[in-house]
Write a protein that binds this ligand. Structure first.
Ligand SMILES: [Zn+2]
Length: 358
């Protein structure tokens, strides 16, 4: 369980193709996971998510703890049964949301006290609490509780890193379910020495996988790439690496070239609700009048359910008429694109044709 088999490596970059084994199925890597914040990929049924080719989905601990409650989900059979997703699920630790969403928060060495953005009530997360919630939810991959600092603030990153490392060890001590893989998280902002120290520390703890947090939060692409290169050199080779919250097509390719295996992002579904389409040639906004009589599919050549059946003109009509099917169709296309891109990279690495992409 939770073995990671590296099937092939690209000879000219750091890219690898692998398989990560979980209790709910194998995950072929590189892999893109759509985000189901509230235990649903917004506007899609699980059958539709499956049809996009997605193998792994993410759900948010912070949101599900506040509503409907992790104990309720446990009592109703756990997250897989509750949301009717039969494949692998990953839950985040709640750290990112506590530090970015909660109305007010107070950090100390032991944990974080915060007020719910839903009803203003006061709550406290500690490493032990974050693990207990995730054990109640029951995902296959769960995350250590970390502190995501503003990426350019050196002093704050030093303090947050010390807490993140101490909390990672406490999460390991609190983790009891052997049918869940607990991943550690590397932090350190845009500072190479902090990233190296963090990757070294987290890598030595023996987690079955390691995540890279605190990127795609306001730094430049060059900074992201150089941080990935530092972390790549310091993390264990034989464990999967998960780049949290990153999901443009270009970012996926650049990160795979730098040794990353797993991705998640709200981008495909969030863009879809704003009528925007990811394509291999860039983004389109289908609300624009130029698509009113456009009889082509959303992305010519795409084999997704949306592109195989509908025209740009029809989807634009749905958008203008404020029909919710527009969000569903565009979510299907956007997720299909990112899942296909990672699946094609997996195959290209196996075939020895990955070099030269991007
Ligand atoms: Zn499509």
């Amino acid at each position: 369980m939770f073995e990671f088999d590296i099937l092939a490596r690209d000879p000219t970059t750091r890219a690898r193709a692998g398989v990560f084994h979980t209790p709910h199925g194998e995950i072929l890597t590189p892999v893109f996971a759509p985000v189901g914040t509230q235990a649903t990929i917004k506007s899609l049924t699980p059958a539709q998510v499956t049809e996009t080719g997605a193998s792994l989905v993410l759900a948010n601990t912070y949101h599900l703890y506040l509503r409907p409650g992790d104990e309720l989900i446990r009592d109703l059979g756990g997250l897989h049964r509750f949301m009717q997703w039969p494949g692998p699920i990953l839950t985040d630790s709640g750290g990112f949301q506590v530090f970015s969403l909660a109305d007010s928060r107070k950090v100390d060495a032991d944990g974080v006290t915060f007020r719910s953005h839903v009803d203003g009530s006061t709550h406290r997360f500690t490493p032990e609490k974050a693990v207990a919630i995730q054990e109640n939810l029951g995902a296959d991959i769960i995350m250590a509780f970390d502190e995501c600092a503003e990426p350019h603030d050196r002093r704050y990153n030093e303090e947050a890193l010390a807490r993140t490392h101490a909390w990672a060890v406490r999460c390991q001590g609190a983790h009891t379910r052997n049918d869940q893989a607990l991943f550690g998280i590397v932090q350190g902002g845009v500072f190479a020495d902090l990233r190296q120290e963090s990757a070294g520390f987290i890598g030595r703890q023996g987690f079955p996988g390691n995540a890279i947090g605190g990127l795609s939060v306001g730094e430049t692409k060059e900074q992201m790439h150089s941080m990935l290169e530092v972390v790549d050199r310091a993390l264990p080779e034989d464990k999967p690496r998960y780049l949290m919250g990153v999901g443009t097509p270009e970012d996926l390719v650049h990160a795979v070239q730098r040794g990353v295996d797993i991705f998640d992002c709200v981008l495909p579904t969030r863009l879809a609700r704003n009528h925007a389409v990811l394509t291999r040639q860039g983004r389109l906004n289908l609300r624009n009048a130029q698509f009113a009589r456009d009889g082509r599919p959303v992305e010519p050549g795409c084999a997704c359910y949306c592109c195989a059946n509908f025209t740009r003109a029809y989807v634009r009509h749905l958008i203008v008429a404020d029909e919710i099917l527009a969000a569903s169709l565009l979510s299907i296309h956007n997720i299909y694109l990112l899942v296909s891109l990672t699946r094609e990279m997996h195959q290209a690495i196996l075939d020895g044709t990955f070099a030269g992409r991007a």
